[in-house]
Write a protein that binds this ligand. Sequence first.
Ligand code: IMP
Length: 429
Amino acid sequence: MSNLIIVGAQWGDEGKGKVVDIITEKADLVVRFQGGNNAGHTLVVDGQKYALRLVPSGILHPGKTGVIANGVVVDPDVLLEEIDALNARGVKVSPDVLKISEKAHIIMPYHRDLDLAREGAKGEDKIGTTGRGIGPAYEDKAARSGLRMGDLKNLDSFRAKAAAAMREKIHLLKNLYKAETASLDEIMEKARLWRERLSPYLADARRVVQKAMNDGRNILFEGAQGVLLDIDHGSYPFVTSSNPVAGSVTTGVGLAPQKIEGVMALVKAYSTRVGAGPFPTELSGGPGDFLRKQGAEFGTVTGRPRRCGWLDAVVVKNSVELCGADHLAVTKLDVLSGLSELKIATHYMLDDEKIDFIPADVHDFERCQPVYETWPGFFNDISRARKLEDLPDSARRYLERLAELCGAPLGLVSVGPDREQTIMLHEYF
Ligand code: IMP
């Protein structure tokens, strides 16, 4: 295997940062292919905590190249902040080790303002977006009125394009939402800075990836969010505006489908969701509060408390199928320690029908009641386990059952935030 896609099999926040970071040891290139700074990947390296939003997690390893491919939407202010913060902590981020696609769309200040204004106006019906302008930036991409990173090369045409794109937004913001946004002059001031600082990072990212493949280098594709947030296959409209499924690498980077060699689905040992939308196994109080506290389930990007619930095998099986996952990477198993019983949803009841799939209609999905299997829990501290045999029987049985229900073997189990706190069951690369 010389390339691997890592995707989130639930609603995001499965702990991708840590897993990507571990697998990066043997990768040469780490590529982000969708999403933007709505993602927040937290990693602990040598006891130091890093929260990355746009820069591929692999950058924490010297000698690796990070690529932000065309499918990503880039907020240049956030990216610069992140580059500066990493450099200040001694993690070298330079144009030698970070490549940004010229085709990646820019999140403009008016995208952020529109995202916030729309959510504010929706009141009870809001999606609960991260407020980072992700949706409006992808809208402009589809409407063919977006600005791309490569547009920074010519500031005159950048100004003309921005002026044209802004007209409609300013009208909406001012008249419909009674909100303010940056002026064209203010945007151009930013654009000059973006150009000065980010131009050296711009590249034809698809060709960078293709060349790496031709040279036999190992490539890791780092997904953001999770399959249930996919704009086509998630619980629309409670989704993000990109495609977190594995197939998205084909368009988000420009890779022929038959070149994909491996897919790993990340599964948190329980379920969490931020923002609104159906969540059949959600728990209010009791074990839900336990999971939130033990798992520190608060958003990396927004700090919002995450909704918590039991593991949902219907959701994970759906993601395994959709993404063609070869392995499961189960994260945060240690968080379950202290619960006397563990539940896994194996099916749903939709009215009188027992089903083992996610209904396409979100209203049907909302009505699904989980059918659970109950498994014995465990109380031991498992953070020092490095082999499956080190785990209590009940934890092992829980993992085995998950793999069986979802139709993919285990590739890795994470038992704590540090790199070392990992049970590796498969060699990648
Ligand atoms: P947006 O991506 O900011 O437009 O938000 C749309 C939905 O996706 C909201 O429910 C967000 O909470 C959710 N979302 C976006 N990014 C992430 C992520 O990285 N982890 C978990 N949820 C996310």
